[in-house]
Write a protein that binds this ligand. Structure first.
Ligand SMILES: NC(=O)c1ccc[n+]([C@@H]2O[C@H](COP(=O)([O-])OP(=O)(O)OC[C@H]3O[C@@H](n4cnc5c(N)ncnc54)[C@H](OP(=O)(O)O)[C@@H]3O)[C@@H](O)[C@H]2O)c1
Length: 161
């Protein structure tokens, strides 16, 4: 099974503030949906609470250390191995790691594929994508998006280990 990270980050690797996203880029959200539909998506408890509902057409797996935690329509796990077992048992061929900071940090080293949206954003944040080098990764796809009146400039890259 392929383990994939999907993230949108600013110029200083910013990903969120006050448990919210930092921008609204409709085409990036559409791409997120297209890529993840039909798959298992793994996220930290805080990211789940920021979204507030399971995303339709996908199996949401929430990571929490709280054994009492539950969310309607979602699976809750206390380890990555448990999440991978659930996805594999369901016959999924790609598990998407959807953040936030803690989850990305924990799973970065094991990730096979990266769907990265680099957003031209210089503002404040309290959650960041970990520092990492892409020099040993192979570039599979790159699409540049110019600034519009609705969205900042952003570059979408797919990389593989
Ligand atoms: N830009 C993007 O692409 C993107 C994507 C996702 C999220 N975000 C942003 O990221 C921010 C949230 O990130 P965050 O780091 O604060 O929170 P998070 O990673 O979403 O969730 C943290 C929680 O996950 C659980 N957890 C973490 N490590 C674990 C482990 N090893 N085992 C079991 N459970 C574990 C814990 O839950 P318990 O406390 O319940 O034990 C922990 O409090 C928000 O601002 C969100 O909007 C941005």
């Amino acid at each position: 099974m392929i383990l994939s990270i999907i993230v949108a980050m600013g110029n200083n690797r910013q990903i969120g503030k006050d448990n919210k996203l930092l921008w609204h880029i409709s085409d990036d959200l559409k791409n997120f949906k297209k890529l993840t539909l039909g798959h298992h998506i793994l996220m930290g408890r805080k990211t789940y609470e920021s979204i507030g509902r399971p995303l339709p057409g996908r199996t949401t797996i929430i990571m929490s250390r709280n054994p009492e935690y539950s969310a309607r329509g979602c699976k809750v796990v206390s380890s990555f191995e448990e999440a991978a077992t659930i996805a594999e048992a369901a016959g999924d061929n790609e598990l998407f790691i959807c953040g936030g900071e803690k989850i990305y940090k924990n799973l970065l080293a094991q990730t096979d594929r990266f769907y990265l949206s680099y957003v031209d954003y210089d503002g404040q944040a309290d959650a960041f994508f970990p520092q990492f080098s892409i020099k040993d990764l192979k570039l599979i796809e790159e699409v540049r998006h110019e600034k519009t009146d609705k969205a900042p400039k952003w570059v979408y890259k797919v990389l593989e280990r």
